[in-house]
Write a protein that binds this ligand. Structure first.
Ligand code: GLA
Length: 749
């Protein structure tokens, strides 16, 4: 998959080629990244002769280039290139000049990082080593490929092989120059309760920086971005995806120049970052990912889903169906007792739910968000037999049991803070800023990492927990630890401590299902997914908001990672009312559960939930692990539509979500993709309980169809008006924000 010939480095994935060379000056020139091409002796037909342009000329009479307008692989020299560079170093007296030249390469199997999360089961890794002998630096660029996905993983590292200190002011994980500048940039932006909204804009001239300064990967800007052509659709056209395995401050920059190029770089955000590199020390940058698709956005997402499922997630839950849970948070908030929880658990068992999750409020004196983070022992007033006792009782009902923690945090009103005020992050001269009444523990301090790791993992083991929700409800305000010589190292050191902590706890408890959470979906990133196979997607479980949030999230992250719950009919976030079935239709594609007080529902509602669960269990594998393809977008169409197809194409699920009902609206014709042309399929709609809820009559089934795959995918099926039995013929198209699921199954011959 990786070939090195005549100075060319050719990296092939199943469908793409990434090509660069060492030029006679020892500089790496980027040549091509796109659809797979056969190997050739030379690539002069596509190579650029960067002999036009302006600026300074690097080279001699034999070979010279204008670096400023050349396509470079990991450009570092500011001597000829006036663009942003992937590595910024400073030496004595703020001298920043250095020149990296090719030294050697090696190809190895795999290779994981030592200090940071890293993808696994790589097929091959190419390492290209660059050096500046004058400065005593050696830089390694790594490129890894896999047999089953087009995602390429890159990272870089730098070693100080000289005798003096070097200050790293920026080190990007990946950088290259695309030969064409005309793109639309797609980013995922948001805030609490509206994470990962899809934004598209033409890529502007100059520098566009997509980044987080929050200390975490953040809801404001997810590290995943796409560059696509204007004409690219879900099913056709070119698209490039980029992401980073990092949960801290990240940045991806796009520099579009007058020479029709875009330099794309991704790595740790250089805002408030620098690192002092001692002689012999190595700094390792996080892994970055690249992916190219010539078959539209769906193919790009498909490659990322495949990559996440096979090379990021490594817990024993990798290919497993997730248990249906009930979380008490929106049902009770802080106001619960062992008795009320067991009441919910019993009802849960009756309707077929498989796990009870106890959320915030079980520890210390925690009856509101103003106290007790850090005091991870049970509140015996609420839970007289502790977490262990409750866990036994829940288990004896035949349910699994899970618990909420917020390990990185500390409340000023806590026993932990009273005994260790120095463990909270604080600047020596300023009062620390509070958020949700809490401070952040200083994970640059190894003692803190060890203490929290031991407390949390012993509790998990002692109470025989099956699941942990690992929350993190505020961002970092102060970047400071008085023992550091260089305060700009703080945040990255915090991330190293954080990864050590999550690695320790997840390795200590390998059979426990971990779900990360961060005030909803503030930390949905590939870094944390290496340790925890799913994330709580958003605190907003209103089905309309979720259609938008999940569409954005699914661009990169597969369904099995996305925590999605049915909450009470009146949404606590938007105050919109919806039927349980409409909420279910949207939530059931993810790591699915409920989040309400089941003891408050009437018999009809409980029956609806029971029916949902029976249906869900039949289709869970398809919904969570099937291949996802978007067909219509909530952002641009009047319906949102997608299909999830099993890998053997013997079954599929089609989702249609409405925006608002309009008389004589365009008919809804469902046309799945990626089925088998030759199979005959039976199509059935899930029982429409919402009709009954609307008081329009009894539950009724929509029509069923039998149709050839080829006909279905080309002509489609026109959805009928739904007839509600009862008071004579009444016609209605789907209600406002209503949705339907159609199960498609291959008919046995
Ligand atoms: C965060 C989470 C919620 C819930 C609360 C508890 O906001 O996103 O799901 O766990 O914390 O305080």
């Amino acid at each position: 998959m990786i070939k090195v010939e005549n100075g060319y480095f050719k990296i092939d994935t199943p469908n793409t080629t990434y090509l660069f060379k060492v030029n006679p000056l020892g500089i790496l020139e980027h040549i091509y990244y796109g659809k797979k091409i056969p190997s050739s002796k030379d690539y002069s037909f596509i190579e650029e002769q960067a002999k036009y342009g302006g600026g300074t000329l690097t080279g001699d009479n034999e070979y010279a280039i204008y670096e400023d307008c050349a396509s470079l692989e990991a450009s570092s020299s500011k001597r000829g290139d006036s663009r942003e560079t992937f590595l910024n170093l400073s030496f004595d007296s703020n001298d920043r000049e250095f020149v990296l030249k090719y030294k050697a390469y090696r190809i190895s199997n795999g290779v994981n990082l030592d200090t940071l999360p890293s993808s696994h089961d790589k097929a091959q890794t190419l390492s290209v080593i660059l050096e500046d002998e004058n400065r005593g630096i050696e830089v390694t660029l790594n490129y890894s490929v896999f047999e089953d996905t087009d995602v390429i993983v890159r990272n870089s590292s730098i070693k100080n092989v000289g005798k003096s200190l070097i200050k790293i002011e920026r080190i990007m994980s990946s950088s290259f120059d695309m030969i064409d500048g005309d793109f639309t940039l797609v980013t995922l932006n948001g805030a609490w309760a509206k994470e990962r909204q899809i934004n598209e804009a033409p890529l502007a001239m100059g520098i566009t920086k997509v980044s987080s300064n929050y200390g975490f990967s953040s809801a404001q800007t997810n590290p995943f971005t796409i560059l696509k052509k204007k004409e690219t659709t879900f099913v056709g056209g070119e698209a490039y995806g980029f992401n980073l395995l990092y949960s801290g401050n990240h940045m991806t920059t796009y520099e579009r120049t007058m020479y029709h190029k875009v330099r794309v770089m991704a790595g740790i955000n250089d805002y408030s970052f620098s690192w002092t590199l001692n002689p012999n020390a190595v700094f390792e940058a996080p892994e970055a990912t690249l992916c190219y698709s010539y078959q539209g956005i769906n193919k790009l997402s498909h490659e990322y889903h495949q990559f996440v499922r096979n090379h990021i997630i490594r817990s024993e839950f990798k290919d497993k169906e997730k248990p249906i849970l009930i979380n008490n948070w929106e049902g009770t908030y802080f106001n619960f007792t062992e008795e009320s929880l067991l009441g919910i658990a019993k009802k849960a068992k009756e309707v077929g739910i498989e796990m009870l999750v106890l959320d915030d409020g079980w520890f210390g004196k925690r009856n509101s968000d103003s106290t007790s983070l850090g005091d991870w022992y049970p509140n015996l007033e609420k839970l007289p037999e502790g977490i262990k006792g409750l866990s036994e009782k829940v288990h004896s009902l035949g349910l699994k049991f899970g618990l909420w923690f917020e390990p990185e945090m500390i409340s000023p009103d806590s026993d932990l803070y009273r005994s260790h005020p120095e463990w909270a992050i604080k600047h020596k001269s300023y009062v620390p800023l509070l958020s949700r009444n809490q401070l952040v523990l200083d994970l640059t301090n190894e003692e803190v990492v060890k203490y929290i790791g031991d407390v949390v993992s012993s509790l998990i083991k002692d109470a025989k927990l099956d699941y942990v929700k690992w929350d993190c409800n505020r961002n970092i305000g102060d970047y400071y630890n008085e023992n550091l010589d260089n305060q700009e190292e703080f945040l990255h050191r915090y991330m190293l401590g954080f990864y050590k902590l999550v690695k320790h706890v997840t390795e200590e408890c390998p059979n426990v299902l971990f779900e990360s959470c961060s005030a909803g979906g503030n930390r949905a990133d590939l870094g944390l997914l290496c340790y925890m196979p799913q994330f709580w997607c958003s605190d907003n479980s209103d089905q309309v908001s979720r259609m938008m949030i999940q569409e954005g999230t699914l661009l990169c992250y597969p369904q099995c990672c996305i925590g999605a719950h049915v909450s009470s009919s009146l949404s606590h976030q938007t105050l919109r009312t919806a039927t349980y079935d409409n909420k279910f239709n949207v939530a059931c594609i993810g790591a699915f559960g409920y989040e309400l007080d089941l003891t408050k529902l009437n018999e009809r509602e409980l029956q609806a939930i029971k029916d949902q669960i029976t249906w869900f269990k039949k289709h869970r594998k398809l919904l969570q692990l099937g291949d996802f393809y978007q067909i219509k977008s909530f952002y641009t169409d009047n319906t949102q539509e997608f299909v999830i197809v099993s890998s053997d194409k013997s079954e599929a699920m089609y989702f249609v979500g409405n925006k608002v009902f309009m008389p004589y609206a365009c008919p809804t014709i469902i046309k799945p993709i990626e089925l088998n042309n030759e199979y005959v399929y039976e199509v059935s709609s899930r029982a429409q309980y919402q009709n009954a809820l609307l008081g329009k009559g009894e539950m009724c089934e929509s029509s069923e169809w039998t149709i050839l795959g080829e006909t279905f995918m080309n002509a489609g099926i026109r959805l009928p008006y739904e007839w509600l039995s009862g008071n004579g013929p009444e016609k209605r198209i789907m209600e406002d924000f209503g949705s339907r699921l159609y199960y498609i199954e291959k008919k046995e011959a």
